[in-house]
Design a binder for this molecule. Structure first.
Ligand code: GLA
Length: 386
């Protein structure tokens, strides 16, 4: 991937493509979820952080309904559309995300004019780091400011969720866009997905002599495929049979009774969500009392639960986690929706090279595509750059 363009370079490129300067440049980050997987749409707890990889958009509103979209990557070329006729199923590639946001804003009753937009991004695509939400959050931040719509962050969270659910066709929750819009450097975001209440929790791995490695397995996934939706449906069935509004309302102490009421597969799906909510709360407690070095066992337990109970891991993710752990990582787990994408490994800085080498070696020995391994840090959420 070539070096990301800074705001001035992006604005200059915009000028040369569209013939005049943009109204401004905005950026929004991808995310890593530290812990709390498939809990968001169960009205539970998550603990993601915004990463130091971002999508950046140079945008100019137009007086008419014309839309022109271009990115600095890929070979899609210039895409044109009309704000008066946005419809699900008509967009291709990355343009689904900006067009989905504009469509969702229209569904909320906002007047949406046309715009010209140039996108650059260094969030790896298809790696489970929410490159799509980074684009959506940059676009909605730009639109909100330029149009004077006056949306609050919680409105932008729900509008981007609507774009994903009803335009892109991925029945996802609110975690990714919340991290991208609300993230803060040096912190993870403890989010209660029932009421969108947030608390910033210090997460300074490097200050504690650790690094947080992302291991991109290169196994691609899409949450618009069936696996994500079927897990969501199992959770809804579990909640219905147990007579609760959402699985958030089921506690560890209820699991024994639940095992007698649910079929075995649904029970295991429910058990993942219930225990994962508990692990998020314990992780927050440890980060606030002891520091990042204490959370390794919770990361490991989260991975085991996703592998065995929720069944959303894959051999490459399991191998990445095992190899990292055996080379000295304090804890490791897959992150994001699953079925591919990335694992994270919380690693003493002194063991970083050994962990990288062990994972690379294990992948080569298994005949898997070489993974990409890189450090991430908690970074700021969406903002205007110029
Ligand atoms: C994807 C979705 C999120 C969340 C995670 C799983 O990233 O976009 O809403 O459900 O999967 O935790």
């Amino acid at each position: 991937m070539s070096l990301p363009l800074d705001a001035r370079q992006l604005a200059a490129r915009f000028d040369s493509v569209f013939g005049s300067a943009p109204d401004g440049v905005w950026q929004a980050p991808g995310r890593v979820n530290l812990i709390g997987e498939h809990t968001d749409y169960n009205e539970g707890f998550v603990l993601p952080f915004a990463i130091d990889r971002t999508a950046r958009v140079a945008v100019r509103l137009r007086p008419d309904a014309g839309i022109r979209l271009l990115s600095t990557f890929g070979n899609q070329g210039l895409t044109t559309a009309d704000a008066g006729s946005l419809a699900r199923g008509t967009a291709r590639g990355w343009t689904k995300y900006p067009l989905g946001v504009l469509w969702a804003l229209q569904q909320c009753g906002l007047p949406v004019r046309g715009l010209d937009l140039l996108l650059d991004s260094d969030v790896p695509r298809g790696a489970g780091l929410s490159s799509s939400h980074a684009i959506e959050c940059a676009v909605i931040s730009a639109f909100n400011e330029l149009s004077g719509a006056g949306l609050e962050v919680q409105d932008m969270v729900l509008a981007t969720q609507r774009a994903e659910n009803d335009f892109v066709g991925a029945p996802t929750g609110i975690m990714d866009q919340s991290a991208s819009l609300r993230g803060a450097a040096g912190h993870a975001l403890f989010l209660d997905c029932r009421d969108q209440r947030v608390r910033l929790v210090p997460f300074d791995a490097e200050g504690a002599g650790l690094v947080l490695l992302v291991i991109d397995t290169k196994v691609s996934h899409s949450h618009a495929d069936g696996g994500y939706a079927s897990r969501r449906a199992a959770c809804e069935l579990g909640a219905e049979v147990l007579g609760v509004k959402a699985l958030r309302d089921v506690g560890l102490e209820d699991l024994e009774e639940a095992s007698g009421l649910l079929d075995p597969v649904t029970f295991r799906r429910v058990r993942h969500v219930v225990t994962e909510n508990e692990r998020v709360l314990r992780t927050v407690g440890l980060l606030e009392s002891t520091g990042p070095a204490a959370i390794g066992p919770l990361l490991d337990a989260s991975h085991a639960s996703m592998r065995d109970d929720f069944e959303i891991s894959c051999p490459e993710l399991d191998l990445a986690v095992e190899a990292a752990r055996s080379a000295g990582a304090l804890g490791a787990r897959m992150t994001g929706g699953g079925f591919g994408g990335s694992a994270i490994a919380l690693t003493p800085a002194s063991a970083e090279q050994g962990v990288r080498a062990a994972v690379e070696h294990a992948f080569a020995a298994a005949g898997y595509t070489a993974p990409a391994i890189f450090r991430v840090r908690p970074a700021a959420g969406a903002m205007r750059l110029a």
